[in-house]
Design a protein around this ligand. Structure first.
Ligand code: SF4
Length: 195
């Protein structure tokens, strides 16, 4: 399922990159081994079972009221921004063009902050692999907090390891055994895992 190269058409870039940022040609771009999505990176930190289930098309997220609430948070807080820019397998909540490209990720609470941070670091890594310099802004509009995130060399090494570990989980024939934890109470997969 997760093999080979991802084809990214320049069309996706022109949605948010001006000539200032984009010095390439009109040719298509191939990005090797970057087929993991930001949601998968996020789930890696939340629950490995969830990561596997979600990645194997067992999707129950649409039914979750929490997911609906998360979407509403985006809509109500950022209705003047250009939203949900797709680039290959990843999707930015919205982007801004400043002196450097700014990738925004909007979350409703800080409870899973580590997963949020790595999600945005993965986006920055992805862009870096394409030769695009950017930084990230992690936003919590409900509590009016923002954090700027920059990709360091040590982050790059960590993200490479992370991608490898995610692939190992996804390549397993079956999902990792579910272990009950606090977040299971509100997880869309709860009945699947524990009924
Ligand atoms: S219910 Fe718990 S174990 Fe199952 S996928 Fe959700 S978080 Fe993971």
């Amino acid at each position: 399922m997760f093999t080979g190269s991802i084809l990214i058409d320049k069309f996706y870039f022109v949605l948010f990159l001006s000539e200032f940022y984009w010095k390439g040609t009109m040719n298509e771009i191939y990005v090797d081994n970057l087929d993991i999505t930001g949601v998968q990176v996020n789930y890696y930190f939340i629950c490995k079972t969830k990561l596997w289930l979600f990645s194997n098309y067992i999707k129950m997220e649409e039914e979750s009221e929490l997911v609906k609430l998360g979407k509403l948070t985006h809509q109500s807080s950022y209705n003047r921004e250009e939203k949900e820019v797709n680039l290959g397998p990843i999707k930015f909540d919205f982007v801004k063009r400043k002196e450097c490209l700014e990738i925004h990720e909007v979350k409703k609470s800080k409870k899973m902050k580590k997963s949020h941070k790595y999600q945005i670091l993965y986006y920055l890594y992805y862009l870096d692999q394409l030769g695009i310099k950017a930084h990230g802004i992690l936003e919590y509009p409900k509590i009016k907090e923002k954090e700027k995130i920059k990709l360091t060399d040590s982050d790059k090494k960590e993200i490479k390891t992370l991608i490898k570990e995610i692939r190992e989980i996804l390549n397993k024939d079956t999902f990792p055994s579910p272990n009950w934890k606090k977040i299971c109470k509100k997880c869309a997969y709860r009945e699947f895992c524990f009924s």
